[in-house]
Design a protein around this ligand. Structure first.
Ligand SMILES: Nc1nc2c(c(=O)[nH]1)N[C@H]1C(S)=C(S)[C@@H](COP(=O)(O)OP(=O)(O)OC[C@H]3O[C@@H](n4cnc5c(N)ncnc54)[C@H](O)[C@@H]3O)O[C@H]1N2
Ligand code: MOO
Length: 386
């Protein structure tokens, strides 16, 4: 039989183009309404506007005495925080008051304890230039812009929304994710037997998904059997399907054929990157995205940062991210025509591990993306490990 002429494997798409494709091809998922407390990590589809003034009412800014009229003042009551509607003060009287308590409507100032001298029930003291009253709306008036659209809701932004009386926000839907962990040899839990390996991907994919604003809804193990993988792909009704392993050309690697069989459109099919060469991004008719992670754990992790994170960020409505770049020194085996992705700590490259191991990156600050013309001290884009 004639020997088939083997073509050298294509070098793959430039790494920066693969990253940009994952980030720029999708469109944000539609907006929905939810309580701010449920929107943490989601991205605003509409500006966040104050619904109520902050502070909501005129309140004491210091512990002391609320006074009306000229002093000295006769102490006529005590107002603690939470008092609903304090009575007006008669001229020449004071109410002892706690920080945050509502002041009677005709309070002229709050005198802090340290500015007063109390003699029995009489308060002596002089008003300073400040009233020590926080007026309703001093911080924010109703309708004021708190956070513009396109920002992701952090805990601080959620707290600011709640403080300003916001009960509902418009945020993009969270992209849902299914992870299919392929490989007969892979075990999800327990000690691996002979020839088996413990799964490295579930935790990493879950962390990257959450960080990018998505939700990992299902995680399933799938054996190296095309019928099983076909069924798992067809059952996955999430926005994104992540498949670990089965990315290459081996006898048990069925993913590419199955995706072709389903009419997938390939956006990235191999990247000029070490590691991470076989990673891919496709979309299925109907709109589901498929991210293919090479089975070697470091290669797969790099691919979650190259393809999955930017894809999910855009689906979640986040503005296009630009990776931070920092100068890096040290040495690395560069990849002609592509990038080498290497761990660094404090700006110095760490000894590289293989694409199958994670120990070499476990103590790194980040992963430096080194182009083939990188020289010591040049800035390199950084991928932040989950
Ligand atoms: N003839 C060729 N062989 C390979 C090529 C190639 O271009 N031509 N590329 C190599 C590169 S680069 C990579 S990366 C791997 C990609 O392999 P697959 O994505 O098909 O994955 P598998 O073959 O199933 O597994 C590879 C390796 O990774 C281990 N693995 C798989 N899943 C997990 C998991 N969830 N947790 C931990 N480890 C996992 C698996 O046991 C294998 O050791 O292909 C090369 N081969
Ligand atoms: O992507 Mo493979 O990464 O070089 O191990």
């Amino acid at each position: 039989m004639p020997v088939t002429q083997q073509r050298p494997p294509a070098i793959g798409l430039a790494w920066a183009d693969a990253y940009a494709a994952a980030r720029d091809l999708p469109t944000a998922l539609p907006a929905e309404t939810c309580a701010p407390e449920d929107a943490h990590g989601r991205t605003l589809a509409e500006p966040l506007l104050a619904a109520a003034p902050v502070p909501a009412f005129d309140a004491a800014a210091m512990d002391g005495y609320a006074v009306a009229g000229p002093g000295p003042w006769q102490v006529a009551g005590l107002i603690l925080a939470g008092t609903p509607d304090p009575a007006l003060l008669a001229a020449g009287t004071a109410a002892e008051i706690a920080t945050g308590a509502p002041v009677p409507a005709n309070t002229e100032a709050v005198l802090p304890y340290e500015d007063c001298h109390v003699d029995g029930a009489t308060v002596h003291g002089a008003r300073g230039p400040r009233t020590h009253i926080r007026r309703a709306g001093d911080d924010v008036e109703p309708g004021a812009l708190i956070v513009p659209a396109g920002r992701t809701l952090t805990a601080t932004r959620v707290a600011a929304a709640v403080q300003a009386g916001v009960e509902q926000v418009r945020v993009h839907r969270r992209p849902s994710v299914t992870l299919l962990v392929t490989g007969d040899e892979v075990v999800l839990a327990g000690r691996p037997g002979p020839g088996q390996v413990r799964d490295s991907f579930t935790g990493i994919v879950a962390a990257v998904t959450t960080r990018a604003g998505g939700a990992l809804e299902h995680s399933r193990h799938v054996g190296d059997n095309p019928a099983e993988l076909r069924k798992a792909l067809d059952r996955a009704d999430t926005d994104v399907i992540v498949v670990s392993g089965s990315s290459s050309a081996g006898a048990a690697d069925h993913l590419h054929a199955l995706l072709d069989e389903r009419g997938a459109e390939w956006h990235v099919r191999g990247v000029a990157s070490r590691p991470g060469h076989p990673q891919a991004l496709a979309s299925l008719p109907g709109g589901r995205w498929v991210v293919s992670l090479p089975g070697n754990p470091y290669a797969g992790m790099v691919s979650t940062l190259t393809l999955l994170e930017p894809l999910l960020g855009t689906l979640a409505g986040r503005p296009p991210a630009t990776l931070p770049a920092v100068p890096v020194t040290g040495s690395a085996k560069l990849m002609p025509g592509g990038v080498r992705i290497a761990p660094q700590r404090n700006g110095v490259l760490l000894p590289p591990g293989g694409s199958a191991g994670l120990a070499a990156v476990a103590d790194a600050d980040s992963l430096a993306v080194l182009s083939d013309n990188w020289t010591e001290g040049d800035p390199a884009p950084q991928l932040i490990m989950p």
